[in-house]
Design a protein around this ligand. Structure first.
Ligand code: PAF
Length: 279
């Protein structure tokens, strides 16, 4: 496994492989790798000749300085995991290497899908994500790139980014990995206290109950149900939304012929967790 921190060295190395028509798979990450990331890397290794993983905590996608500062880092363990699964290249650039002296995002318009849910509660978040993902796509020029469905809205934004910016990459969504008690795997989970960790499986349990209620209750009744459930806990419900999968527009009535999903964001103290489930 080769590790790069300079983009030109990586570009040079990958260009030699592309001359030989080798397929490059790419998995962008912010580190603190877990089984969910591992599954993306394994999928890339299985379906491409070479796999690149980036580890980069992207400052422009954080709207709270505190969240960025507290973002966990486990580089040694991440590299061990990547080596173990057979990753070929790891890209760990500095902020300067990517942004030079201008640590700002570009402004994008993704037909409005960037404005709901995460976009509404984390202003500028998707501009930051799209800026870094586009930068990585332009450096690595992958044939295929893999994203987890836990960040379902991010996945749809990246698909739109590739379409709008004419980036020749297949963007593939991969299923959410869960702990045994249902909690969606996330790098943020390591920051949970013991008490919070014991309480947060409630998020997925409630999501599942809400989805099963779609057969017998109206969307408004389900919203009310979820709100009341969280009122009995110390978890702070930020949003629960039922939306169409591609446009991410909220639905007022569920049409079972269309693909819809339930989305949730919850704060456990200062730790923000998201999850979603197909209906
Ligand atoms: O999902 C993440 O970890 C990040 O948003 C990504 C895609 C690596 C961009 O920084």
């Amino acid at each position: 496994m080769q590790i790069f921190d300079k983009k030109n060295a990586l570009i040079h190395c990958l260009s030699l492989l592309k001359e030989k028509n080798k397929h490059i798979g790419f998995v962008p990450t912010m580190g603190v790798l877990h089984k969910g990331h591992q599954s993306l890397v394994e999928k890339s290794i299985e379906n491409n000749d070479f796999t690149v993983v980036s580890i980069f905590v992207n400052p422009t996608q954080f709207n709270k300085e505190e969240d960025l500062k507290k973002y966990p880092k486990t580089l040694e363990a991440d590299l061990a995991l990547l080596k173990n699964v057979g990753c070929d290249f790891v890209f760990i650039p500095s902020v300067e290497e990517i942004y030079d002296q201008h640590v700002v995002s570009k402004s994008y318009f993704f037909d409005g899908i960037e404005n709901q849910m995460e976009g509404e509660y984390r202003t500028g978040h998707f501009d930051g994500v799209a800026t870094i993902v586009q930068a990585f796509f332009e450096i690595i020029k992958p044939n295929t790139s893999y994203f987890g469905e836990k960040d379902f809205q991010q996945l749809q934004v990246v698909k739109k980014l590739a379409e709008i910016e004419n980036l020749p990459v297949d963007v593939i969504g991969c299923p959410i990995f869960r702990e045994n008690d249902g909690l969606a795997m996330s790098s943020r989970n390591v920051r949970l206290t013991k008490e919070q960790r014991a309480e947060v499986p409630f998020i997925y349990q409630t999501l599942k109950k809400a989805v099963s209620l779609t057969k017998i209750k109206s969307v408004n009744e389900i919203y009310e149900f979820v709100k009341n459930e969280f009122a009995t806990t110390s978890l702070d419900l930020e949003y629960f939304t039922i939306a169409e999968e591609t446009t991410l527009e909220e639905v007022l009535e569920i049409n079972f012929d269309e693909k819809t999903r339930a989305f949730i964001a919850v704060n456990a103290g200062t730790i923000r967790l998201i999850d979603n489930l197909s209906i």
